[in-house]
Design a protein around this ligand. Sequence first.
Ligand code: SF4
Length: 403
Amino acid sequence: MAVHARGQAGGIGGVEGAQHFGGFCRGVHHPIINHMAAETTLAQAQTLTGAPTRWWTKLSDGRLRCDVCPRECKMREGQRGLCFVRGAADDGVVLTTYGRSSGFCVDPIEKKPLNHFLPGTPVLSFGTAGCNLACDFCQNWGISKSREMDSVASTGRPEVIMRAAKQLGCRSIAFTYNDPVVFLEYAMDIAKVCRAEGIKAVAVTAGYMNAGPREEFYRHIDAANIDLKAFTEGFYRDITKGQLEPVKETLIYLKRETKVWFEITTLLIPGLNDSDAEIISLSEWIVDALGPDIPLHFSAFKPDFRMKDRPATPPETLFRARRLARAAGVRHVYVGNIHAPSRASTWCHACGGSLIKRDWYDILEWRLGPDGGCPDCGTPLPGVFEEKPGTWGRKRQSVRLAP
Ligand code: SF4
């Protein structure tokens, strides 16, 4: 195996994809959906190949229902689900992207974002293609909506990825760029071989999945950043074509049933999910249901994909959200996608002392005691810490794996 590192990450191109997508938007004229209808016809004529999967049910009418996420796509042979990467073969639902990646990059762990999980360490990040949500504002749509896996895929056997992570000095690998829910069998196989070698697994996900696969998936995951996209069912229904309730269930499951360290990110979109009332109710729910120690990241939206008509999030909106969340009792609230060093730094919630000072992803000062607590008052900082932080800094390094 050879690992080739390059200076900066490159982008991957792609298009939208969904089998059942037309159903959400019935009666709405949408050029992407028209495009998808044509793709559906093509998919029906294809024989799908891929890795066998476990979570599906054969229905009495002969269709196969994928049980991975609440969409529960029902497919005839040759059809694909909304995520486009799981589809019905003659003997079951298959994952068409097993072993294939849309690219690798070594990132700072803070970029996931995770501020309380092995700060300063490098994480080997990668994704495949496809997504089980259909957010109008997707900030990563070139990968998450890709139907062009054949032209962008590089091979990525689990052992090759694990060895690359080791060789590159990464403490963890991250399933990111697109949601690992749609490729969970592949993600779990990678996580297993990595864990055996002491490399941790990180999931960056919207948390939109059913209970059975969720339980098995998180057995192999050490840390996660869960995208809580808004706090109304209306937003989830209209903007993501999903539902809020299953995401809340995932968060509660993680808190009550697992030892996975997790943090939450909410992308604030002007006029859609940034009202005082919504931020307060989201924050109060976090404190009540998950406790005050779950870090919350508010990040800035940039006009993209099918939402180019909204302005970028003003920094003041992020600062206001941070104030409101802290007033509601969330102890560690960060802002992201903008340069705001003091609001990206970690402070002791009890005495206000500085614990970790950051400038973007650079750690400028580390004041955690050897026991992971505040050196001034001794209050423990929740998270996964070592005596010293990593020294990776803000670098990004793209990586090409040769099998
Ligand atoms: S993962 Fe979700 S979107 Fe993809 S096929 Fe299964 S049920 Fe459908």
